[in-house]
Structures are given as structure tokens and as C-alpha cells.
Design a binder for this molecule. Structure first.
Ligand code: ATP
Length: 300
């Protein structure tokens, strides 16, 4: 069923200083209903600070946060309490309570608790005291606590930390399912290859500024296409292509043409030099490559 694209989060002109250091400059972005947004950027870029501001956990110096149209600040967080689930930094876990008792702190609904325990496959350890949990079990419990009330907005800071591949897959599935039912997600992660599989849009933060906000559709359209060519004589092929002014580099056993070019003249150049072509592939830059390139270009 098509979701109505209601505004879930609206952040305008957010500014935060720690002492004299500006850590968020004029941050603006929006998240719609059912949208899964990735918040990415280098260490110290300001991702956790943004998440804390969204939850009203941090006094800001300027700007506004609205969730479902309602203002959020350190003094006003009714909408956060009622509609938002979050896991920021480490989950708050009491060693002597079981996982189940932690979930009971979040909701009175046994149905909701049973649903999340099954969805994240926590049945085997949910009744044990949390002091006996592994890192990954604690992380799952933290995620379960964020999701159990089926909130309208979920904020997850590095949710994949410590999770095994099966659990990552299960979480991905669950996020997709909840998003399909209208829950919005803001997820930070350094594991861009994983993040890319679940997000609808990405926000890139660097030094407290939003460098880019794009839907994955826009992102794929603008991602550069490179051409991967393998020949029987790569060293000679490299020389021939460079002489013909192609932007080409050698990587492992492949030659990479780094900018869009027409295929036929390139192949003719190689065939005219009697070089046997073994493989030709179009390759699209992935999220990680594009973001690293954008960050590198910024430093130039
Ligand atoms: N309580 C604080 N006091 C002073 N400076 C702080 C405080 N919290 C964060 N900072 C600074 O604010 C900046 C942004 O930190 P933040 O934790 O938001 O980054 P991040 O993008 O989440 O980084 P990471 O990827 O390493 O988790 C950093 O330079 C950090 O040193």
C-alpha cells in the first residue's frame, strides 16, 4: 500500500557549540513517513550530536527540531516520549534485570514484547540476567528496546555494532518491514556496504555541516560509471589507452577507465593494436566510493 508522505522530522538551522567550538553549523534536513535515512560521516562529524538534539537530550544554540510537527527541545519532549524509539551509543542495561524485564520497562504490552523477541530471535537468552549477555546480545536488547513500542520514528546509532551476519540480515528485514508500515528511521553507521542495503536516502555530515542529502535513486543516477577492462596484455593495453588519452588506471588484473567514455572507439583502439580483450564490465561507484570521493574533494 502506498504510504502518505507525511513529514516525520524537520530540522532547521540547527547549531551547536561545545565551548567555543562549533560542532553543528546550520544543519537542515527532513525525513518523511516510512523513510529510512542513513546518517554518515567521519568520526567526530556530529552524527551523535544531531541524534541527541533530535531526542531533546542536548541543548542547542540555534535552530529547530520538529517531529510530527511538534517542537522538540530539552524542555519539550512529549512527542519523543510517545512516538520515538532510540539506541544512542551504548544501550542502558541493568546487569541484574533480564532482557524481558528491560522490555517491560518500555511497554506493558506482552504482545509487543513477544513480537520483538521473535523478530530479533532473542528467545534463547531473553530470560537470563543481562550481566550474562555477550556484546552482541546487549546490542540486540538495545535495539529491541528501541523498537518494542513500534514507534513512528526510530533513531539508531551504529546498530550493526557487534551483530553477527545473520542478525544483521534479520535487523535489515525488520527495518524494511516496519518502514513499509510507516515507521521512519534515522540510522548512523560506518558500515556503508550494509547501510546501502536498507536506506532510501543518505545524509553526509562533515565537520558539523550537511555536505549532501540525497535519495538513493538520485544517488545512483549521479554515481559515476567506470569501465572495467581485462585484456591478455594489460601492460601494453594501458600504454595504448593512455596514448589515446583515455583516463585509465591499472588495478590488480584490471584496467579501470575512470570516466564515462564510449565503448566502441575504446574497444577499436585495443583491437587495432591486436590486443585480445578478455572482459569488459560497467561498474557503478558504490556508496562508500562516492562518499570517500566527496570527502576527499572537499579537502582539496
Ligand atoms: N560533551 C561534549 N563536550 C565537548 N565536545 C563534544 C561533546 N560531545 C561531542 N563533542 C564533540 O563534538 C563533535 C561531534 O561529536 P559526535 O559524537 O557528534 O560525532 P560523531 O559523528 O557521532 O562521531 P563518531 O563517528 O566518532 O561516533 C566532536 O568533535 C566531539 O569531540
Amino acid at each position: 500500500m502506498q504510504q502518505v508522505q507525511e513529514q516525520m522530522v524537520q530540522v532547521t538551522g540547527l547549531r551547536k557549540m561545545f565551548g567555543h567550538r562549533v560542532v553543528l553549523h546550520e544543519v537542515n534536513f527532513a525525513i518523511t513517513t516510512g523513510e529510512v535515512v542513513g546518517l554518515v560521516g567521519p568520526n567526530g562529524a556530529g552524527k551523535t550530536t544531531i541524534m541527541k538534539a533530535l531526542l531533546g537530550l542536548l541543548a542547542t544554540d540555534a535552530g529547530n527540531v520538529r517531529i510530527l510537527g511538534q517542537p522538540v527541545s530539552v524542555n519539550t519532549h512529549t512527542v519523543v516520549t510517545q512516538q520515538v524509539g532510540a539506541l544512542i551509543e551504548h544501550p542502558a542495561i541493568y546487569p541484574f534485570l533480564s532482557g524481558w524485564q528491560h522490555l517491560q520497562l518500555m511497554t506493558a504490552s506482552v504482545e509487543q514484547m513477544t513480537w520483538v523477541v521473535q523478530a530479533l530471535q532473542m528467545q534463547a537468552f531473553i530470560r537470563r540476567p543481562a550481566k550474562r549477555y555477550s556484546l552482541g546480545m546487549k546490542q540486540k536488547l538495545g535495539i529491541a528496546m528501541a523498537l518494542v513500542k513500534r514507534p513512528r520514528l526510530v533513531i539508531l546509532d551504529e546498530p550493526m555494532n557487534g551483530l553477527d551476519p545473520q542478525s544483521v540480515k534479520r535487523l535489515r528485514h525488520l527495518i524494511g518491514q516496519m518502514a513499509g508500515e510507516g515507521t521512519s528511521f534515522l540510522i548512523s553507521s560506518h558500515i556503508l556496504s550494509e547501510l546501502e542495503k536498507i536506506i532510501d536516502a543518505v545524509i553526509l555530515i562533515d565537520q558539523g555541516e550537511v555536505l549532501l542529502q540525497r535519495t538513493m535513486g538520485q544517488f545512483r543516477e549521479s554515481a559515476r560509471q567506470s569501465l572495467v577492462v581485462r585484456t591478455a596484455e594489460n601492460a601494453r593495453a594501458l600504454r595504448v589507452l593512455l596514448q589515446a588519452d583515455y583516463p585509465v588506471i591499472q588495478r590488480g588484473s584490471n584496467l579501470i577507465v575512470t570516466q564515462p567514455v564510449s565503448l566502441t572507439p575504446l574497444l577499436h583502439t585495443l583491437l587495432d593494436a591486436h590486443i585480445q580483450i578478455l572482459k569488459v564490465n560497467q561498474h557503478q561507484e558504490d556508496l562508500e566510493t562516492v562518499l570517500l570521493r566527496l570527502l576527499a574533494e572537499r579537502k582539496v
